[in-house]
Design a protein around this ligand. Structure first.
Ligand code: DGT
Ligand code: CA
Ligand code: CA
Ligand code: ZN
Length: 580
């Protein structure tokens, strides 16, 4: 059991205890322990046999140690198991509804003994929620909307969550004998911003003979975290993982692995179009092979490259396979040379302990240098973001002094002194122009009043873009995947203004954001608007999230030329002053 799963279990226990009306001290002890374990660099699993080391973790006392020991011995925490018996597991789903916390759930339970999603929805529709203390019609409508939102996103997962599980499973499967390759296919391989289920393809000698295949399946069924088997065939196992994710594992013979990769990578739309092309050329295409229509003999199946080549197509990178013109472009040899991770020369959106980051300027700079970047920028928050301890004019000035002083000390990386300044409700920026002028880079972002109407929000962004100090619009649509929709504005108008003023748009690589998304990025390119791919790191460990941004940029057909932070340092610095 890894730290993340333990933390989830402890958080759930805290919520259940709170629903149960237990004293807040006990609730807090579970939450503190969960937070501590989540942030722990070592795995609890490696420490559990040395109680002293576990007790040394802040927030973990003797009682919690006993819980953890039981968890590793029997696989459950007693309080968690008892409470689930009382309230049933459906209660845990209720906790996932936005705005429905343990207190409200407890209220609903004590009034109506309802503890599941359908039940709560019914109560809301019947007007029974508004009758509860401190509740009204407004709460009820909000609740119904939240349930609707939840249903829409339920069953999809963020790219990093899916990737993490895929990596764990890959490593696990590779330890079995007779395995050559384990690779994810489906939406994860295409880099879609969220993933429905995991499709894992396995090949090697072990997949061929009945006996070794059976052993392989038995090994798979012992994968830690496997909850229940949904379907099982000769070559395929579908199971549900503890995280809620469904995983489809397919065992394939090496000679047709390419055909299977092609088929199960999808997308469905790409496959349908590709099969039509194959038919026109006298072939059939399925998960086993590309074969001649006449004599059914395979002409390509071992690698994807062979298959695309036989169809007179340039190889199509997985990120492009959405039937958005990639097949036509591959036939005409006009596919773009997509941007790659190695093209990025600097990450220019990150935070430090001066506001809501976890590391110092020096630590962030060192981490960026270790990644081999030529340059980077520190861009902490401005004062409007009070909960992040945002900077006033005075603090912002002092901060850039410090950033520049650190920059002088470091030889092989250039540090730009910048700010992520809030775009206030009326479109003005949160710091004085005389302060912003002194910055090497100004990222202007919306962090408040997301509910403004479309016209107001459009004007707000236009005004921010027209400010001569603005270099980049940060996370331009404000959406948070699986949580919050984009705010409403006229994207076309905003892009036109950005092109005119030479203000770049950010592609924020945080897996929760991926903002701009692939569709918006393509629109930006059509308008001649340049992109800056950033991580928005709040910790040195976040810098590596840049690869999620790269994947989205590739899905948008972007090349190195479309992205400003592929430029050498001097040129990039000019680009931040509207010169490109
Ligand atoms: P997801 O799981 O919703 O994030 O999206 P995918 O693309 O991973 O979809 P999934 O898991 O249903 O199927 C994996 C791939 O298998 C899909 O991208 C293409 C292929 N596939 C599935 N069903 C069909 C089908 O009916 N026809 C064709 N041609 N391909 C299919
Ligand atoms: Ca899938
Ligand atoms: Ca699937
Ligand atoms: Zn921001």
């Amino acid at each position: 059991m890894d730290n993340k799963s333990i933390a989830t279990l402890l958080f759930e226990t805290a919520d259940l205890l709170e629903i149960d009306g237990q004293d807040s001290f006990r609730v807090r002890s579970y939450r503190n322990a969960a937070e501590a374990i989540e942030a722990l660099p070592q795995q609890v699993a490696d420490l559990i046999d040395e109680p002293k080391k576990v007790l040394a973790i802040q927030g973990i006392g003797k009682g919690m140690l006993a819980n953890l020991q039981m968890l590793f011995k029997d696989g459950h925490i007693e309080a968690h198991a008892e409470l689930l018996k009382k309230y049933r597991p459906s209660m845990l789903e209720l906790l996932k509804i936005q705005g429905l916390g343990p207190k409200t759930i407890a209220l609903i339970w004590s009034a109506y003994q309802v503890s599941d999603l359908e039940g709560v929805e019914k109560l809301a529709r019947e007007g029974k929620i508004r009758e509860l203390p401190r509740m009204g019609e407004k709460h009820e409508l909000k609740l119904l909307k939240a349930i609707e939102d939840y249903r829409r996103i339920a069953g999809r997962f963020l790219l990093d969550t899916a990737e993490e599980l895929a990596e764990k499973l890959t490593e696990y499967l590779k330890s079995a004998p007779g395995i050559e390759k384990v690779t994810p296919a489906g939406s994860l391989r295409r880099g879609r911003e969220t993933v429905g289920d995991l499709d894992i393809l396995v090949t090697g000698k072990g997949c061929i003979a009945d006996e070794s295949r059976q052993k392989l399946i038995e090994h798979l069924l012992r994968f830690p975290g496997l909850m229940d088997v949904i379907a099982q065939g000769e070559n395929k196992v579908s199971f549900r993982h503890r995280s809620g994710m469904q995983v489809d594992v397919r065992l394939l013979p090496p000679e047709s692995f390419g055909a299977a990769m092609q088929y199960f990578t999808g997308s469905k739309a790409h496959n349908v179009a590709l099969r039509q092309r194959a038919l026109k050329m006298g072939f059939t295409l399925n998960e086993y092979s590309l074969a001649s229509l006449e004599d059914e003999k395979p002409v390509a199946r071992k690698t994807e490259e062979e298959i695309y080549a036989k169809l007179n197509l340039d190889f199509i990178p997985a990120e492009l396979r959405e039937n958005q013109g990639e097949i036509e472009a591959a036939a005409a040899h006009t596919l773009p040379v997509l941007i790659e991770l190695g093209d990025i020369r600097g990450d220019v959106h990150m935070h430090t302990i001066e506001t809501d980051g976890r590391n110092t300027i020096e630590e962030m700079a060192e981490a960026a240098r270790e990644r081999g970047y030529e340059y980077m920028a520190i861009t902490d928050h401005s004062k409007n973001l009070a909960f992040a301890n945002g900077l006033t004019d005075e603090r912002a000035l002092a901060h850039i002094e410090r950033i520049r002083a650190v920059g002088k000390q470091l030889k092989d990386i250039r540090i730009l002194a910048g700010i992520e300044v809030d775009i206030l409700g009326d479109g003005s920026l949160d710091l004085s122009d005389s302060v912003l002028e002194k910055m090497d880079i100004v990222i202007a972002s919306v962090h408040s009043q997301f509910n403004q109407d479309r016209a107001t929000m459009t004007d707000r962004l236009l005004k921010a873009i027209a400010n001569p100090n603005t270099s980049v619009i940060g996370h331009p649509t404000g959406r948070q995947l699986l949580r919050r929709d984009a705010y409403q504005f006229d994207f076309d108008k905003v892009l036109k203004a950005a092109a005119k003023h030479k203000v770049a748009m950010e592609l924020n690589s945080y897996p929760e954001r991926l903002d701009l998304n692939d569709v918006h990025l393509r629109m930006a390119k059509q308008h001649g608007v340049k992109i800056v791919i950033n991580t928005d790191s709040h910790h040195t460990s976040h810098l590596e999230k840049i690869r999620y941004g790269i994947t989205q940029a590739r899905r948008a057909w972007l090349t190195k030329e479309d992205v400003l932070n592929t430029l050498p340092a001097a040129k990039f610095a000019k680009a931040m002053k509207h010169e490109w």
